[in-house]
Design a protein around this ligand. Structure first.
Ligand SMILES: Nc1ncnc2c1ncn2[C@@H]1O[C@H](COP(=O)(O)OP(=O)(O)O)[C@@H](O)[C@H]1O
Ligand SMILES: [Mg+2]
Length: 331
């Protein structure tokens, strides 16, 4: 079910609560597709460096070969924020008059810690990976962080507009002040020094807007790709427990509101049958929670994956786990 679904999509996102098996299941799908001879890129957006732990090796922001046909990379939110902020502040410093450099620094350092900044930086990387990865790979599979940033993705172009406009307003205010000084000034040369040349100023401003808007445009393009249900699909991974079920229903609602298609749920770590009285009781609990899921999301197909005896770690274990995808029952 899940694998069939994955075969027909170029971009796949795996989301869900921490510990439910996003990394394991997304890597297993990536492995299975690569095993069929497809070129696959597996991307983790979780700062916890999950892929490295699963594959027992260092994985960084550039693709590394994990298995035949399968490459992987890990995006680091902090590094990504710094990279972006440094780039923007460098460009702004070179374009803004010297007396505004303090303003730029202040705005930029506030932005570094602003809510949504990490997500925005990661989303920019996601946009780049989707754009570039689409050329070299048949499938780009994202193992996302538990924060559910994908759901907020659709509003980010607007957040970025606010950021851009905020900076430009500061600049305009400072310009007005400089103009005031010039009008006051008996010393014309001083005023001109502060204000600079009028026309090049307008040109600079449009370049600044250009730099800031570039990111917004990237988001807008990404949004188009994500909203295209024929290209992109979102998979929510969960376990059959109360909170993960509730959070799945919530995440599903957010994603749908954002105009994204959720075509598959993976119910992972299902308990085995006939494993004694205690587990039978837990299985009864699973049934209760799954009934709630069924009631809330009756139309979303789901795949069940059983609880393995051991953690899934290392390539051999992943290979074995990926075979379960073929055997796993749907409902
Ligand atoms: N079906 C399963 N059976 C047994 N262990 C599993 C199964 N799926 C995942 N695990 C284990 O559960 C832990 C959490 O899985 P992981 O994929 O890292 O979750 P997430 O990425 O959602 O935080 C890992 O130790 C993993 O090996
Ligand atoms: Mg993970």
């Amino acid at each position: 079910m899940l694998l069939n679904h994955a075969r027909s999509r170029q971009v796949l996102f795996f989301g869900g609560k921490g510990g439910v098996g996003k990394t394991t299941v997304s890597a297993a799908v990536a492995y299975a597709l690569a095993n069929e001879g497809r070129r696959v890129l597996l991307v983790s957006t979780d700062p916890a460096h999950n892929l490295g732990h699963l594959f027992h090796r260092e994985i960084g922001p550039r693709p590394v070969r994990l298995a035949p046909g399968l490459d992987g990379l890990e995006l680091d939110p902090d590094a990504t924020v710094n990279e972006h902020v440094d780039e923007v502040s460098g460009a702004l410093q070179s374009l803004m008059p010297v007396h505004l450099h303090g303003e730029v620094d202040k705005h930029v350092s506030l932005s570094r810690d602003a809510p949504g900044m990490q997500e925005a930086a990661i989303l920019e990387k996601i946009a780049e990976v989707v754009e570039r990865g689409g050329k070299d790979y048949q499938h780009v599979i994202f193992d996302t962080a538990p924060s559910g940033h994908t759901a907020r993705l659709m509003v980010l172009p607007e957040v970025m507009t606010a950021w851009t406009e905020g900076l430009i307003k500061r600049r305009e205010r400072a310009d007005r002040f400089a103009e005031f000084v010039r009008e006051l000034g008996s010393d014309k040369a001083l005023g001109e020094n502060i204000v600079g040349d009028k026309d090049p100023e307008a040109e600079k401003e449009s370049r600044i807007r250009g730099i800031l808007n570039r990111r917004r445009l990237k988001f807008a393009r990404l949004r188009d790709v994500l909203a295209d249900a024929g290209t992109t699909s979102f998979v929510i991974v969960l376990v059959a427990e109360r909170l993960p079920v509730l959070e799945t229903i919530e995440l599903h609602e957010q994603l749908v509101k954002a105009g994204l298609a959720i075509n598959c749920l993976v119910v992972n770590k299902r308990l085995p049958e006939g494993a004694g009285e205690f587990l039978e009781e837990r299985r009864g609990q699973e049934r209760v929670h799954l009934a709630a899921l069924e009631k809330a999301l009756p139309k979303v197909p789901r795949q069940h994956l059983g609880l393995a005896a051991k953690d899934v770690t290392g390539l051999d274990a992943l290979k074995e786990f990926s075979e379960r995808l073929l055997a796993g029952a749907g409902s």
